[in-house]
Design a protein around this ligand. Structure first.
Ligand SMILES: [Zn+2]
Length: 413
């Protein structure tokens, strides 16, 4: 007998300033917020088994509509029982609309912009945007596809995720004010069409997120936030360009939240997952985040660490939130990445062994580092929730964010 579908719900469970804790209840379990959503892009968190993901305390996965509609196809996943059954994951799943991938493959990603990177657009296939939707060429086989708001909702209802998104046009920073305005209004019309289509499909276990656009312009962001708030979405996501610097990102978040006014709906910040960025977002009232960075970092030999690492670092005092196990200073280092981390990697392996595995090009290095980074993010979010509940978020940031350590200087932490 299958579990009867339930409407997802969101309740704010605590507040500290403009930060808040909450609980999103879905047909596939409860998500305590603030939370980090790991990107299982192709219905897998790269290199990790579902067992190891669960053992690292992961509460939710995010999969990509764009990738799954191209391979293997959402109709096949539906036929095989939906995305939860397909990937063997019984917890909550979030899917994006596909728009972010279509536009970021062409324009570059939001996190690239904040890091000051910009793509050579001539080397990527063009995207044609019409009132109807987006026409794009598959990066896999060069075939032409037409993604409309209705098609995106169809794909996401076939996949069967618990939390899903409207199709939006994800505008890059270099768009003009006039282009950003035109695009924002188009995204609003697409949002309305997405909502209408979603309501007709009657999938009560799914919650639909509207997306706030408007680029870096305060009047547009305010207008977009009010427009999305006026429609009966389950949640709000903040999309599009968040600016060129971290401080500008903070300003854009403020604009999109209408100067810090707390919504009764869960708020997701799309594509952001750096440790300091999460503290900045949480301090303004953001509930959930997603980013490929923890597992991507692991696959490149990086391990996330908290500030205690820098008390007796194997390398020069130059605090970052990750170490690079490729560095020769780890060749003879017998310590685990973090002796206080409960993950299987820190229980079993030394930094020297991980360094060796990387040099020997062994797959275990990438898996082991990803396990640690997933566990790190889950511990970080648990610490943040505790910090909000106990009104001590500043202390939590002092322990976990290298930006706080840098501000205090060497030997003063
Ligand atoms: Zn660990």
């Amino acid at each position: 007998m299958t579990t009867p579908p339930v409407h997802p719900t969101f309740h704010i469970t605590g507040q500290s300033g403009t930060s808040r804790t909450g609980r999103i209840t879905t047909a596939h379990g409860v998500l305590e917020t603030p939370a980090f959503l790991f990107c299982a892009t192709h219905a897998t968190l790269k290199g990790l088994s579902i067992d190891s993901i669960k053992a690292a305390g992961t509460p939710i996965l995010l999969s990509n509509t764009y990738h799954l509609m191209l391979q293997p196809g959402s109709d096949l996943i539906e036929q095989l029982g939906g995305i939860h059954t397909f990937m063997g994951w019984d917890g909550p799943v979030f899917t994006d609309s596909g728009g972010y991938q279509i536009f970021s493959l062409h324009h570059g990603s939001v996190s690239d912009e904040i890091k000051g990177k910009r793509r050579n657009m001539s080397s990527f296939p063009p995207v044609k945007v019409t009132e109807e939707g987006a026409i794009f060429v598959s990066h896999r086989d060069g075939k032409r596809h037409h993604l409309t708001p209705e098609k995106s909702i169809q794909v996401q209802t076939e996949l069967g995720a618990d939390l899903i998104c409207v199709l939006d046009e994800c505008t890059p920073l270099h768009m003009t004010r006039a282009q950003t305005e035109r695009s924002m209004h188009l995204s609003h019309r697409w949002g309305k069409r997405s909502l209408d289509d979603f309501e007709q499909r009657k999938k009560p276990h799914q919650g639909l997120y509207g997306i706030v656009q408007g680029g870096i312009y305060p009047d547009f962001r305010k207008h977009s936030a009010e427009m999305i708030a006026s429609m009966p979405f389950f949640g709000h996501a903040i999309g599009g360009s968040l600016g060129a610097t971290k401080s500008q990102m903070g300003e854009v978040i403020d604009m999109a939240l209408c100067d810090g006014a707390l919504y009764v709906r869960p708020i997701h910040l799309l594509g952001i997952g750096g440790v300091e960025d999460i503290f900045q977002g949480v301090s303004k009232g953001i509930d959930t985040f997603d980013c490929v960075s923890p597992t991507r970092l692991g696959r490149h030999g990086g391990a996330l660490i908290d500030n205690a690492y820098w008390d007796d670092a194997a390398e020069d005092w130059r605090p970052k939130n990750h170490i690079n196990l490729w560095k020769s200073c780890f060749r003879t280092d017998p310590k685990p990445i973090d002796a206080s981390c409960p993950c299987s990697t820190c229980a079993l392996y030394s930094r020297a062994y991980l360094h060796h595995l990387l040099k020997a090009k062994e797959i275990l290095a990438l898996t082991a580092l990803s396990v640690h980074n997933v566990c790190f993010m889950n511990r970080l979010m648990a610490a943040i929730r505790h910090g909000i509940a106990t009104h001590s978020l500043g202390d939590v940031r002092n322990r976990w964010s290298c930006a706080a350590l840098m501000a205090s200087g060497p030997g003063m932490s």
